[in-house]
Design a protein around this ligand. Structure first.
Ligand code: 6LW
Length: 553
């Protein structure tokens, strides 16, 4: 928090960059979702839609202070890191900040998109009225805590936890005043097979923010060790009626994903797996089901101020048999307690896309929403993402314009290409912008980029070819670029505004431009967009679509 001044100085520098002749100047950014599944009307006072956060909002974690709920997600190598949502009803979520919003908390420069910030866990400790968030910086300083008395005022600098290896740390406050971190790491000794992991516990001293003593393995291998389960991870510890409950994800974050539970009488165990496991999975359902939701797991539970328990977890929505470009999304379901076991979904039941719940409000991050930024605000909105931590002041915003300088890096390069993006939240969607850009040379390009990672993206931009302005669609598949379409612009158009539009429809995206009133011309239609799917591009993120300028295309 002592670095608040630094943020203001930093934002001021970023916002104050002078616009030069070769900067790309965008007039607005509009995003519209068009998924069939969201066409069903619902009464928002009686029901809510799943996912509650559509698009790349994975690894949800939730906590409550009084009647206010807080939810966070992982962001990998995007900056700022970890969106913070608040809600009074767990249905109407508002993004009220980003937890890691200054370079002293998050310096991403060498990390690949699939590295960076993994699964955060947020918790609130009533005893010292403090919020804690614990997470991992992969290919960086590993596990760390940030804390705050008031999330609206920002979070501390990282407090490193070098004693804790692996991923997915989560804090638990016991009623005797002690605190513990559970996490996923390598087993104690040699791994016996690929995917053999373990859940560990360490005591955490709340007065010094340090780890006390040595760690202990609570679960080795998983819920049924004889079956060689893989990737026991994402642990959270709870206490209910004097019993400790350890809830974990198992099976890996793809279609075999699940959630399992263990019980113990003492915090250090032994932990006994429940006979009701898994308490959530979609892996046993028929492949050809409608409105398929897959990969469900990595859950966290919270009991509301009325005594009802709810689970948030990640899931995916494929647009064909298995592929999705939207990443892992946040879902929510009521939990039923059966013999002290929090059952999130009975086995063989499909995750419902509409769930009955009284008293919900407007859902801002799901449904076929329309999102439009006119760039009137003096700073960029909380939803915008950059690729890694900005290294120089390459953008400015205000008075209805967003200007982006075509810096030397392109979207495949590290550390910081000039890209400001927003999550693709629907399989079917439209994105539109209006751009004024007068490239100086053939290496400069500005427009819209659909970005999955360094080696998988589609760029739609204005550049120069043989000294003539040209629109181009270029897809990059495993680092190999192909031009999908070009349209030469009349030279007289150079320097005038041009509208760009992308129409996405599952596995194909089409790219259109308009430089005469209301006349749209195709630049490339039905371009293969499966290269933006997690199944082809790999990693843990979803597609982010944004405004982009480079001097090194
Ligand atoms: C995360 C792990 C997981 O750390 O994926 O789905 C990893 N679960 O728990 C990255 O999000």
């Amino acid at each position: 928090m002592k670095n608040r001044l630094f943020i203001f100085v930093f934002i001021f520098i970023m916002g104050a960059v002078n616009v030069t002749a070769t900067d790309a100047v965008f007039d607005y950014y509009a995003y519209r979702g068009k998924d069939k599944i969201f066409e069903q009307k619902i009464n928002s006072r009686k029901a809510y839609r799943n996912p509650v956060l559509a698009g790349f909002y994975p690894d949800p974690s939730i906590c409550r202070k009084g009647d206010t709920y807080y939810l966070v997600n992982s962001t990998f190598s995007y900056y700022p890191g970890i969106p913070l949502f608040t809600s009074k009803d767990m249905v109407s979520w508002v993004q009220t900040g980003n937890v890691l919003d200054r370079p002293s908390q998050l310096m991403l420069d060498k990390q690949a998109i699939r590295d960076g910030i993994y699964a955060p866990a947020i918790s609130y400790n009533e005893r010292n009225d403090t919020f804690y968030l614990v997470t991992t910086l992969i290919n960086g300083f590993g596990n760390f805590v940030v804390k705050t008395k008031d999330p609206a005022k920002g979070w501390s600098d990282p407090i490193l936890l070098p004693e804790i290896g692996g991923i997915d740390p989560s804090l638990f406050f016991d009623d005797d005043g002690k605190a513990y971190i559970v996490n996923c790491s390598a087993p104690d000794g040699k791994a016996e097979y690929d995917g053999h992991s373990a859940i560990w516990i360490h005591e955490y001293d709340l007065t010094t923010d340090r780890i006390l003593g040595k760690g202990k393995v609570l679960v080795n291998k998983g819920s049924n060790p004889s079956k060689k389960p893989v990737w026991i991870e994402g642990p959270h510890l709870y206490k209910r009626d004097g019993q400790y409950l350890l809830m974990c994800a198992e099976g890996g974050t793809e279609t075999n994903h699940s959630e399992v539970i263990f019980h113990a009488d003492k915090v250090m165990g032994p932990y006994i797996p429940s006979s009701k496991n898994p308490i959530l999975t979609q892996r046993d359902l028929p492949e050809d089901r409608e409105n398929k939701i897959t990969c469900t797991g990595h859950a966290d539970i919270i009991t509301d101020h009325r005594g009802q328990t709810w689970a948030v977890f990640l899931g995916c929505r494929p647009y064909n048999t298995d592929k999705f470009n939207t990443g892992r999304e946040t879902f929510m379901l009521p939990v039923k307690w059966e013999d002290a076991v929090p059952v999130i979904l009975p086995q063989s039941e499909a995750v419902p896309v509409v769930v009955q719940k009284k008293g919900g409000g407007k859902q801002n991050f799901t449904g076929n929403l329309l999102w439009r930024d006119e760039f009137d605000a003096p700073v960029i909105g909380l939803e915008w993402l950059m690729i890694r931590t900005p290294q120089s002041s390459w953008y400015s915003i205000g008075q209805g314009k967003l200007s982006i300088r075509p810096v030397e890096q392109n979207i495949s390069e590290k550390p910081n290409p000039a890209f400001l993006g927003r999550r693709q939240q629907h399989a079917a969607f439209e994105v539109e912008t209006s751009l004024v850009f007068t490239p100086d040379n053939e290496r400069q390009l500005a427009g819209i980029a659909c970005f999955q990672n360094e080696k998988y993206h589609i760029v739609f931009g204005l550049t120069l070819q043989n000294n003539k302005p040209i629109l181009k669609v270029i897809s990059t598949n495993d680092g190999v670029s192909t031009v999908n379409g070009t349209v030469e612009l009349p030279v007289a158009n150079n320097g005038h505004s041009i509208k760009l539009r992308i129409e996405g429809n599952g596995a194909t995206y089409s790219f259109y431009a308009s430089y005469q009133k209301d006349k749209w011309i195709p630049v490339a239609e039905n371009v293969n967009a499966e290269i933006l799917s997690t199944q082809i591009a790999g990693g843990f993120t979803g597609t982010v679509i944004g405004l982009y300028a480079t001097g090194n295309q």
